[in-house]
Design a protein around this ligand. Structure first.
Ligand SMILES: [Fe+2]
Ligand SMILES: [Fe+2]
Length: 474
């Protein structure tokens, strides 16, 4: 499964043997490059960035590191190796050979799934395009750019599927993916969380920590798909995604670390004092966590969903780690728990598991987020700072699903509108909090130097030293 870099579009799908497809993608390519020039990271076009590029799709040793100007990045089409004899592993078609072509009856549904996933990829690049101006270090700037070029590649991954399997409709969708813009009033991206701003680096790290993690779970569910090209595409995307999650988790951990160090050094937990010392007080970090957690929770959709049920029954989208689960993979007759608001109380209920697949995927994501928060909490513990981060209740600040329209405290208590109005500023970043965080966002680009609010990483990228010149400006 070597990747062919001699072609205009690097690929491991033998694109050269399908001239029609190759031509269609080559026609789409200039539009993508134009989009990158307009909506990619600002003022980055001439810089040399120490980036990794995929050179194989094998799990070990697929990346090569070198200086690249981002507009010259070799975006391409990389699918994980085909699994011989792969079957549809769940739902009504379980046991059939996995589909190499789109089944006619699922054509529009699959197209919608692919477009919705595809739309998030350029959206995040657009959301993050200003951040280079305020990078806390060269190391972080390089990580931002790495995430950006790979989200660009993920767009390629989805556009390949649209072009290869959905004919003219697919090509039109490919165009539209370059036309929508994050936050645009007339032509927004499809999902709400991808129209929010990512105005500062704490938001960026929270986004890559939590929202890219939603990406991981969506891709993992699609990697189970009976439509084999989608499965193979998503499997390779997941290997790239792991780095994005690392950037987010370690980024926040380094901010926590720096704050805790200053707390110990100055023997204080007073937010005003800490802010004057150039670090972000821990309660403010908790508020950012609450905000990003709740907004990203909504991406999973309503708890009870007939769409999710039919995606599953039809073999299009599985559960997280479907093939590792030991049950009959049909969900017939099985139940699953969810939460609802009944008579002014938050209660636990049960319903048919097949209707609760959004909720189940959200639960899998919550456990993964919680495990990462447990890792964060070791930072204050190690430094003797008595503070622990906690996830808010699932119903907190939700706009979609059964909690929408209700006010739920982080502890899970149902509140009146009045109570919420009094208290929500203790739980979510206020304008003043955001302004303060923004005020710390100076640009630090001397090699080995870091902004006041963030600790250096434990090690550099690809065994390079922390003070390596990860970005060279030209
Ligand atoms: Fe992505
Ligand atoms: Fe990502």
């Amino acid at each position: 499964m070597a990747i062919d870099y001699s072609e205009k579009i690097p690929n491991n799908v033998d694109l050269a043997s399908n001239k029609t497809l190759q031509r269609a993608l080559e026609q789409w390519q200039p539009g993508f490059q134009q989009w990158w020039a307009e909506m990619g990271p600002e003022q980055s076009q001439t810089s040399d960035v120490y980036l990794r590029t995929a050179i194989s799709v094998e799990a070990k040793g697929w990346a090569q590191f070198d200086y690249v100007k981002m507009p010259d990045y070799r975006w391409g089409i990389f699918l994980a190796p085909a699994e011989e004899g792969r079957k549809v592993n769940f739902g009504a078609h379980k046991g059939e050979a996995a589909w190499q072509e789109v089944p006619g009856e699922y054509r529009s549904t699959l197209r919608r799934i692919i477009v919705t996933q595809g739309d998030t990829e350029p959206a995040s690049v657009e959301q993050q395009r200003h951040l280079g101006h305020t990078c806390p270090s060269l190391y972080d700037l390089r990580n931002l750019f790495q995430v950006n070029v790979e989200e660009g590649r993920h767009l390629w991954a989805m556009v390949y599927l649209l072009h290869a399997h959905f004919g003219r409709d697919g090509r039109e969708e490919g165009e539209a993916l370059l036309e929508r813009r994050s936050g645009d009033a007339d032509n927004p991206r499809i999902l709400t969380a991808f129209n929010e701003k990512t105005p500062d680096w704490l938001s960026f790290f929270m986004f890559t920590f939590i929202t890219d993690r939603d990406g991981k779970f969506q891709l993992a569910a699609l990697a189970e798909s009976g439509f084999d090209p989608l499965s193979r595409t998503c499997r390779f995307m997941l290997t790239e995604e792991a780095h994005h999650l690392f950037v987010g988790e370690s980024g926040v951990a380094r901010i926590i670390q720096r704050t805790c160090e200053v707390m110990v050094q100055h023997k204080t937990d007073d937010p005003v004092k800490l802010r004057s010392l150039g670090v972000i007080d821990l309660p403010t970090i908790q508020k950012y966590l609450n905000f990003h957690f709740s907004v990203t929770s909504d991406l999973y959709g309503a708890e009870i969903s007939s769409n999710a049920a039919s995606f599953y029954t039809n073999g299009l989208k599985g559960r997280y780690e479907e093939t590792k689960i030991t049950d009959d993979h049909s969900l017939e007759g099985s139940e699953y728990a969810y939460m609802d608001v009944v008579n002014d109380q938050v209660v636990s209920r049960h319903a048919q598991a097949v209707t609760l697949l959004n909720e189940r995927l959200r639960d899998d994501w919550v456990s993964d987020v919680q495990a990462a928060i447990d890792r964060w909490n070791k930072v204050p513990a190690k430094l003797g700072v008595p503070f622990q981060f906690t996830l808010p209740h699932k119903g907190f600040n939700r706009k979609i699903g059964l909690f929408a329209g209700h006010h739920i405290s982080p502890e899970g208590k149902l509140m009146s509108e009045v109570e919420w109005t009094h208290q929500h500023k203790n739980w979510m970043p206020t304008e003043a909090d955001r302004l303060f965080v923004h005020s710390l966002m100076g640009r630090v680009v001397a090699p080995g130097k870091f902004a006041s609010y963030i600790a250096p990483p434990a090690r550099g990228i690809n065994n390079q030293p922390v003070e390596f010149e990860y970005v060279r400006f030209n």
